[in-house]
Design a protein around this ligand. Structure first.
Ligand SMILES: *Cc1c(COP(=O)(O)O)cnc(C)c1O
Length: 385
């Protein structure tokens, strides 16, 4: 039995071309980029080349690209760094986020509130999980220092109108951060078109290595460093840079820019076929997230009266790797907070399934999956009744 991976929103394999690009930097070119000798200079050259490449693709300046250890760290630095800088410089104490942000944003936000006394407003979302620019406008306060709204939601795939929100924030003079960790794999992101001050990326979601990310920081955006020490990364993040991973991230992102249109053309019809067949063949099923404004590789569903975690393990036992939104806490499943926020009752929300396709996913794989899925769900419903 060949296992079929359909969980590309969780992570992706490193592209062979990316791993080839990284290889010399583990053993041959190993100098500390801060060292003055030629070993250091070689590493520094690779570091700055990667930075220039990523900056170019994003429409940014090299000095606006900060390398981090992951998408989560980029989100942490954007929120905590801008909060602490605001406290120091202006005294502004309030920020806005959507209630369905990734935990890297949500948990950081709650810590800023509970531990540091900041105030937050949650933006309303529609039934697809979208934030409207109007809602941002209505929720902004005089003392708002930051708005953070994710580009694409990891659980339900919905895309937000980032450029419109960005324009509004620029007009109001408020910092705008977007978590683009999911969308980085699928689009040509331009920080000027998006109107962002801060943007997070993580390499392992676009066929790059795990453990490396980017925070784009627009010139003039004041952030307090969170990781203190040496003056690496323009003083925004202390640590000897991880050159192989950074080189790998730049190589992977270059491949996204070259290939994303081709990848989307391949994936989108497979994804659409999957969605329409699931909804047609499985009773009491619903798509979650927006039907059109969503990531091209992303299909997410809820099935009434089904245990989503149980479904994942049944699918895994026959060779399909998917995910469910619900966190299983000591055998007592909790519905996903994202789905609850969108108004799904526990009976629906507990039966969630996320199927995310990769650039090399085939029609045969989707067909095989669709041979298995309706029966698995039927079996689970029989068990309960
Ligand atoms: C995966 C993900 C993250 C976290 O990125 P890591 O590199 O795994 O830390 C943050 N936000 C979104 C939307 C994600 O999908």
């Amino acid at each position: 039995m060949k296992n079929i991976y359909l969980d590309y929103a969780a992570t992706t394999p490193v592209d062979e071309r990316v791993s080839a690009a990284m290889k010399p930097y583990f053993t041959q070119i190993f100098g500390n980029p801060s060292s003055l000798h030629r070993f250091g200079q070689q590493s520094e050259a690779a570091l700055e080349k990667s930075r220039r490449e990523l900056a170019g693709f994003l429409g940014a300046l090299p000095s606006e690209i900060i390398f981090t250890s992951c998408g989560s760290e980029s989100d942490n630095l954007a929120l905590r760094g801008s909060a602490f800088a605001a406290r120091e410089n202006t005294g502004a104490n309030h920020f806005l986020i959507s209630p369905i942000e990734h935990p890297a944003v949500l948990a950081t936000a709650w810590q800023l509130i509970n531990l540091h006394g900041f105030e937050m407003s949650l933006l309303p979302v529609d039934k697809f999980g979208r934030v409207s620019p109007q809602a941002v406008l209505e929720t902004l306060r005089e003392d708002t220092f930051l708005v953070s709204v994710m580009h694409a939601n990891n659980e339900i795939g919905t895309l937000n109108p980032i450029a419109e929100i960005g324009k509004l924030c620029q007009e109001k003079g408020v910092l705008f951060h977007t978590d683009a960790v999911q969308s980085g794999a699928h689009f040509q992101l331009d920080v000027n078109l998006l109107g962002v001050n801060l943007l997070s990326l993580g390499a392992h979601k676009f066929y790059g290595p795990k453990g490396v990310g980017v925070l784009y920081i627009r010139t003039g955006t004041d952030l307090m460093p969170i990781q203190t020490g040496g003056s690496q990364e323009f003083g925004q993040r202390a640590a000897t840079q991880n050159i192989p991973l950074i080189v790998g991230m730049a190589a992977a992102y270059e491949l996204v820019q070259k290939e994303y249109e081709k990848r989307t053309k391949h994936i989108l019809p497979l994804r659409d076929d999957l969605i329409s067949r699931v909804l047609a063949e499985i009773p009491s099923s619903q798509l979650t997230g927006h039907p059109v404004d969503r990531l091209p590789n992303h299909a997410s569903f809820v099935f009434d009266g089904v245990d989503g975690n149980h479904l994942i393990s049944i699918l895994d036992s026959v060779g399909f790797a998917c995910s469910s939104g619900s966190a299983c806490k000591t055998g007592d499943p909790e519905p996903s907070s994202v789905l609850t926020e969108l108004g799904f009752s526990p009976s629906w929300a507990l039966g969630s399934l996320r199927v995310t396709l990769g650039k090399d996913t085939t029609a045969q794989e989707i067909n095989k999956f669709l041979e298995i899925l309706p029966g698995s769900i039927h079996q689970l419903r029989e068990l309960r009744s």
